[in-house]
Design a binder for this molecule. Structure first.
Ligand SMILES: Cc1cc2nc3c(=O)[nH]c(=O)nc-3n(C[C@H](O)[C@H](O)[C@H](O)COP(=O)(O)OP(=O)(O)OC[C@H]3O[C@@H](n4cnc5c(N)ncnc54)[C@H](O)[C@@H]3O)c2cc1C
Length: 378
């Protein structure tokens, strides 16, 4: 009996809910989750198939990002994303959570790079979606269904990924705003939003600090030079080159007790929206991704008591400053500690869940009090 067969048998036979555990580094994220028995995947590791000439690899879901990087580096290739979290994160979890990857090479997302998955459903069926090659037969896009389902529909046991050749130049250019007054943001943000160059960027502000612009410059030397010129045109100064790995520290590692949320609105509201976020959360680490119109805030645990009030302040200030569109807020971490924002499942979601996990044994959500439903600021 293979490891995957054994896993399927365990799911079929369980009488208790199970909590899927990859590297176990972000079990406190998402949810809130019901109590459940752990379902570890550390035995599902290693390369299943690797064809460097096709820039495609298939690995078992418990393979870590560090292991994937080491294997692909031997062929001067890479998985283009470095998602939030540590290199000990498993690829199965990265796909299951559709983990955002700031400053990703080529601005790719997880959904762009997953070609296929093997999944054991909550019924204990071993299923496959997509394929192990880039060109594939069309059909229902079940790969996208499992990508970002947080393990609520099945356990991802194997993942096929598209890879990229390592570029000759790949650096992070960190610069500061020439002026630090409010008007400087007002001038810069519309330019960032209008940017069409292949230049992943983030506006980053440490607690009570001066905003910095981070840009990932990659490609051959000529392309890298052109991208640098493009960055300079934004009127930023003191550009410092850092290896891309340096982004790890401040961006990727989040204290376990931090409250992490993402707020998003129409990009035309970037100026009032970002200003409102910076003002309402002076003690947070904030990053604005102009390509996605999304602001991520990492708040110290001490911000818990005033969180609801500060969120309201952000909404109010954005409106006062002239924002025209609603702001949606998703709490990624510390959901139950802050406010258990949640929305009920739609009829379609209920139907899909019933088809794949009718007993609700995989990654069961904790019941949320009806009084806290409808809290989401959308
Ligand atoms: C919006 C967002 C923000 C994030 N921010 C952070 C952050 O700030 N810091 C951080 O450390 N991480 C963060 N992550 C998570 C991170 O990017 C990776 O998903 C995580 O690092 C994976 O680590 P792990 O293998 O230890 O997963 P685990 O902690 O083991 O699991 C993470 C989640 O994925 C499920 N899961 C794991 N493996 C599978 C599988 N094979 N099949 C189905 N479900 C599975 C688990 O049940 C759990 O719900 C974020 C993810 C998202 C979506």
């Amino acid at each position: 009996m293979s490891d995957v067969d054994q896993l399927a048998a365990r799911i079929r036979e369980t009488r208790e809910p199970l909590r899927i555990v990859g590297g176990g580094t972000w079990l406190h994220g998402g949810g809130p989750w019901a109590d459940a028995l752990p379902l570890p995947l550390d035995h599902l590791r290693g390369v299943v198939e690797y064809t460097p000439g096709d820039l495609v690899i298939t690995v078992a879901a418990g393979t870590t990002l560090a292991e994937l990087a080491a294997t692909t580096a031997e062929h001067a290739q890479m998985f283009a994303l470095a998602p939030y979290g540590t290199p000990h994160a498993t690829i199965g979890a990265v796909v299951a959570t559709a983990a955002p990857a700031p400053l990703a090479f080529g601005d790719y997302t997880v959904r762009d790079l997953v070609l296929g998955v093997q999944v054991v459903t909550g019924r204990g069926d071993i299923t496959r979606a997509g394929g192990r090659v880039v060109k594939n037969v069309a059909g229902f896009d079940l790969v996208r269904l499992h990508t970002g389902a947080f393990g609520t529909l099945g356990v991802i046991t194997e993942v096929s990924l598209r890879l990229h050749a390592r570029p000759a130049v790949d650096i992070l250019v960190v610069s500061t705003l020439r002026r630090t007054d409010d008007g400087a943001l007002g001038e810069l943000l519309p330019q960032l939003v209008a940017n069409r160059a292949p230049l992943p960027m983030l506006l980053h502000r440490a607690p009570d600090g001066v905003p910095q612009l981070w840009g990932r410059v990659s490609g051959n030397p000529a392309r890298a030079d052109a991208l640098r010129q493009h960055l300079r045109a934004f009127g930023v100064v003191d550009a410092v080159d850092l290896p891309v790995e340096r982004v790890d520290g401040p961006l990727h590692h989040t204290p376990h007790d931090a409250i992490v949320f993402r707020a998003r609105t129409h990009r035309s509201d970037a100026v009032p929206f970002v200003r409102a976020g910076f003002e309402a959360f002076p003690h947070g680490t904030l990053t604005y991704d102009p390509a996605r119109g999304s602001l991520r805030a990492v708040l110290p645990a001490a911000a818990r008591d005033s969180f609801e009030h500060d969120l309201d302040t952000m909404h109010r200030l954005a409106a006062v400053n002239g924002a025209m569109h609603p702001i949606s807020v998703v709490i990624d971490q510390g959901r139950s500690a802050a406010a258990p924002h949640s929305t009920p499942r739609t009829a379609l979601e209920v139907g899909v869940k019933h088809a794949l996990d009718p007993r609700d044994v995989l990654n069961r959500l904790a019941a949320i009090s009806p009084t806290t439903l409808g809290h989401a600021h959308v």
